[in-house]
Write a protein that binds this ligand. Structure first.
Ligand code: SF4
Length: 633
């Protein structure tokens, strides 16, 4: 166990675990944007760093943009995480704890379920951090830390510090996060936000936000996302903020493009919409969930009821503000016909980024409690990402398998290139001229368009090129960047779907089996000293090829194998696991080249290297899934 030296400042490492690839990681989208590696930065960790005693030495590692240090110079390691990061968060905590570091778990999932960390973290900080984190720091320094720090009251956000943006590489993110409020007045049955933050929105002062923007201005940031779950939860305070932002933007040459999440009733308030436009909000994310009144009623989404939701979306477009939205299928009221109604609504609304999810029950939500009472929770574990084709709920009026199949099919229909183009044309009919954005230089913009053409449009042949040109022709010159963005978003989602959804699992299985057989034959033929062990594994619908490399594996093996491995990964959702136990002289270069070529398959490639090889062959955990625990240990 590493103990802090009594006279030395505490060295704290804060870690944001890598997300497994999901819709939300927008990997293909990021590939289009020069220098960008993730969408959002870990704002919670930057805030936590701002709450540390000033004499502590704090570093932040975001595994989504940089590799995890395996032997950090730290007395304490804090690892945060949302539900979608739980597996990796636990793995990282366990790794560091096993090496004698003291570990503390936090983040939104630890706040909901602190009991999940008993075996991997020494301490858990659950709930809003502003008051309990400084208490933990004091106790840790005094050598009397408790096992659990839980916030049971509500934090006054005026006590929240300016986040330590200086500890992050802001250029690696497409947008920089900022927070004005916590809490939401509504009561959607599935929502964990109101469980964590309550139903009375609390806000920072506009001047606090001004100070945070000053820091971001000094770091040349241009795109800022308000992470509030509902920025207009308290409309009076939201308007006060927006008036402040308008004034701020005026004083600073309309420096920032803002975006945020709001509820659909934003469309009822013309003044609010005008203020959003005047402050330069370029898009809003809205939980629309369902076009069916009965489903909205069932889930308590009252703010979407008894209104023309299409008209509401168009009222927002009319201010030059784009709409991204969340949709859910799998409510008790939903039937097989629901999928068509969802398709029609999404098409008619022109919403391109339509995050369609299966209803999932998160622990401690009213939905979870109800389904538990009704005996309808399935033992599938917690689904942190609801855009996966699985849920922990037994549907009421549909067969489970049929629902999942229709869900995948709806996604595929929505992201067919013709459907992407149709939605763009619809949007262009209603979107008022957006304010010009200047996040990228002219040269970077040209590079983005070139990449989109080469990697996204031209591979679809003349029909896709024709669709693309028609959408450009339908837009005003000011709206063309929006058309480009929508194509990138649509094709990014299509790319994810192609690899993860509806892919014939038998095809993945056949490819893994075929690749394994081929490798075994070639290996035997090349007579290397150290035959690799090759295993094809099929578990829970997942197909994986496992390769164990030990000893001299032949000079040409990695390159011969590469083409087969690439084909397997490109043509299916299969995974690859490489366990590198031993290498002979000269082979690290070969393996490095192999890894370079496997980079496009990212977190689907798991790599474990023997501890003695880690300096010789460092593997970037922000690219691959670096296995931290020794299998079997
Ligand atoms: S509007 Fe959004 S944040 Fe508010 S309760 Fe509903 S889902 Fe939660």
């Amino acid at each position: 166990m590493t103990l802090p030296h009594p006279e030395r400042p505490i060295r704290l490492l804060l870690v944001n675990p890598a997300f497994r690839e999901s819709f939300w990681s927008f990997r293909w989208w990021l590939e289009m944007l020069p220098g960008k590696r993730a969408i959002n930065l870990p704002l919670g960790l930057a805030t936590l760093a701002g709450l540390c005693p000033p004499h502590w030495q704090v570093a932040i590692v975001d595994e989504n943009v940089e590799t995890l240090p395996l032997e950090p110079d730290a007395d304490l390691v804090g690892v945060c995480g949302m539900g979608a990061q739980l597996e990796r968060q636990r793995e990282i905590l366990g790794y560091y704890r096993g090496r004698g570091y003291r570990t503390v778990a936090g983040g939104s999932f630890a706040s909901l379920c602190p009991e999940e960390y008993g075996d991997c973290a020494d301490f858990v900080v659950a709930g809003e951090a502003e008051y309990i984190w400084p208490a933990f720091c004091r106790d840790f320094e005094a050598g009397t830390p408790q096992r659990l720090y839980r916030e049971t009251g509500r934090v006054d956000l005026r006590d929240s510090p300016v986040p330590r943006y200086d500890l992050l590489d802001l250029n690696a993110y497409t947008t920089v996060s900022i927070q004005f409020s916590r809490g939401c007045p509504y009561r959607c049955e599935f929502c964990d936000i109101i469980v964590m933050f309550g139903r009375r929105p609390r806000t920072k002062t506009p001047e606090q936000i001004g100070r945070e923007l000053d820091r971001l201005r000094a770091r040349s940031v241009r795109s800022v996302f308000f992470v509030d779950d509902n920025l207009i939860g308290n409309k009076r305070e939201a308007k006060r903020l927006l008036r402040y932002l308008i004034d701020y933007q005026g004083r600073h040459d309309y420096r920032f493009a803002f975006s945020t999440e709001v509820s659909l009733n934003v469309a009822d308030d013309a003044e609010l919409l005008e203020l959003l436009r005047a402050a330069n909000f370029t898009y809003v994310f809205i939980g629309i969930e369902s076009p069916d009144e009965a489903s909205l009623q069932e889930t308590g989404k009252t703010q979407n009821l008894r209104r023309d939701m299409l008209a509401a979306v168009r009222a927002i477009y009319a201010q030059g503000i784009d709409v991204l939205a969340g949709f859910i299928v799998g409510f008790d009221n939903d039937t097989p016909e629901t999928f068509d109604r969802q398709y029609r609504f999404i098409t008619d609304s022109g919403i391109q980024v339509a995050m369609l999810g299966l209803l999932n029950a998160l622990p401690h939500t009213p939905l979870y409690a109800r389904l538990e009472r009704e005996g309808r929770l399935l033992p599938r574990g917690i689904q942190g990402d609801n855009t996966k084709p699985a849920t922990n709920i037994r549907p009421l009026r549909m067969d489970y398998e049929d629902m999942v199949r229709r869900y995948e099919d709806l996604f595929r229909r929505l992201f067919h290139p013709a459907a992407i183009a149709r939605r763009i044309r619809v949007k262009m009919r209603h979107l008022r001229r957006p304010k010009p954005l200047a996040q990228y230089s002219k040269r970077e913009q040209a590079r983005i368009v070139r990449r989109l053409l080469v990697r996204g449009i031209l591979p679809g042949g003349p029909p896709r090129l024709w669709s693309f040109l028609r959408t450009l022709a339908a837009a005003s010159p000011e709206a063309r960047p929006q058309v480009i963005t929508d194509w990138i978003a649509g094709l990014a989602m299509r790319d994810y779907l192609r690899r993860h959804f509806g892919a014939d699992p038998m095809r993945a299985e056949r490819l893994v089996r075929g690749t394994a057989d081929w490798l075994r034959r070639r290996y035997a033929a090349s007579r290397p000293d150290g035959l690799p062990r090759i295993t094809a594994v099929f578990e829970n619908g997942r197909s994986e090829l496992r390769l164990i490399l030990r000893g001299h594996v032949g000079r040409v093996f990695p390159f011969r194998a590469l083409r087969r491995l690439e084909r397997m990964l490109r043509c299916s959702a299969a995974a690859l696991s490489l366990r590198i136990e031993e290498l002979s002289a000269g082979q690290p270069d070969q393996i490095r080249e192999l890894l370079r070529r496997l980079e496009p398959y990212g977190q689907r490639v798991s790599i474990w290297t023997h501890e003695g090889l880690r300096h010789l062959l460092p593997v970037d955990s922000s690219t691959f899934h670096v296995v931290l625990d020794e299998p079997g240990s």
